[in-house]
Design a protein around this ligand. Structure first.
Ligand SMILES: O=C(O)CCC(=O)C(=O)O
Length: 268
């Protein structure tokens, strides 16, 4: 008799389990371990190191943002340290191949619906953390400078090397994507204020994310997160893209509407 199931499905290609989806709903994040094939990660690292060495534009410099720890100006020591290779999607075929990866697309559809778009205007970059000249990203929600009708975007953060608390890996506050905060919870640059006594319990619940190469952290655009500078000797790289439902529309005239989106997948 022919067995009903002849082959186990590859779990990296099938999608999130119900428990993982529930974790995303409740906590605002979920990690898919070893989702990206090692050959794809190796190719992204190769492209990244070449684009950094050749300083291929568009780039974002640490000195331009001026976060704590960043070189104070372009003229200062380390002033040319690169924080992001922007517009990753248009840099090399490997980034476009990643957005077509079956396991990534299956998960995005579970989180966002059958049609998924990738805004070119936000993230869409390789985040880099230089060992000597990187900076601290204070607590924030990514949505703070983004303008969308629903504000329900999801970011997929692909680790291109190990990430942990010592090399500037992300810290998250589980469940914060579902919380309402008063306007005075944020400073003038819209960072979540860590000096306020009423925030201390929440900040104490932060979790450091430990990722291996190929792991993908999916997180909600309202989830509070932060990261320190890189205290290790090796640079840290991550390929980061954000995604939206077609009805979660950019507000006309805003930066969110400034570049055309990429269609990742469409309803059949
Ligand atoms: O790697 C970091 O410093 C965090 C970056 C980040 O959260 C962001 O750019 O929104």
């Amino acid at each position: 008799m022919t067995p009903l199931v002849t082959q186990a499905l590859d779990p990296t290609l099938t999608g999130f389990s119900p428990a993982e989806l529930e974790q995303f709903r409740q906590q605002g994040y979920v990690i898919a371990r070893r989702l990206a094939p090692s050959a794809l990660v190796a190719e992204m690292r190769r492209v990244t190191t070449r684009h950094l060495a050749e300083r291929i534009e568009p780039l974002e410099l640490e000195a331009a943002l001026g976060y704590p720890g960043a070189p104070p100006s372009r003229a200062a020591e380390g002033g040319d340290a690169i924080r992001r290779l922007r517009q990753a999607y248009d840099r090399a075929p490997v980034f476009r191949a990643w957005l077509g990866h079956e396991g990534l697309v299956a998960r995005l559809r579970q989180l966002l619906g059958s049609t998924v778009l990738m805004p070119r205007a936000h993230h869409n970059c390789v985040m880099t953390k230089h060992p000597r000249y990187s900076s601290d990203s204070l607590w924030h929600q990514d949505i703070r400078y983004w303008r969308y009708s629903r504000a329900e975007l999801v970011t997929a953060w692909l680790a291109l090397g190990e990430e942990h608390a010592e090399n500037g890996g992300l810290q998250l506050i589980p469940g914060s994507h579902r919380m309402e905060f008063a306007a005075d919870s944020f400073d003038d640059a819209l960072f979540f204020r860590s000096d306020l006594p009423r925030h201390q319990r929440l900040l104490a619940a932060a979790r450091a994310v430990h990722l291996q190469p190929g792991d993908v952290l999916f997180f909600h655009c309202r989830l509070l997160h932060a990261a320190t500078r890189n205290y290790r000797q090796e640079p840290k790289y991550a390929a980061v893209f954000t995604f939206r439902h077609p009805e979660d529309r950019p507000i006309p005239g805003s930066r969110s509407a400034s570049l055309p989106d990429v269609s990742v997948c469409e309803a059949e």
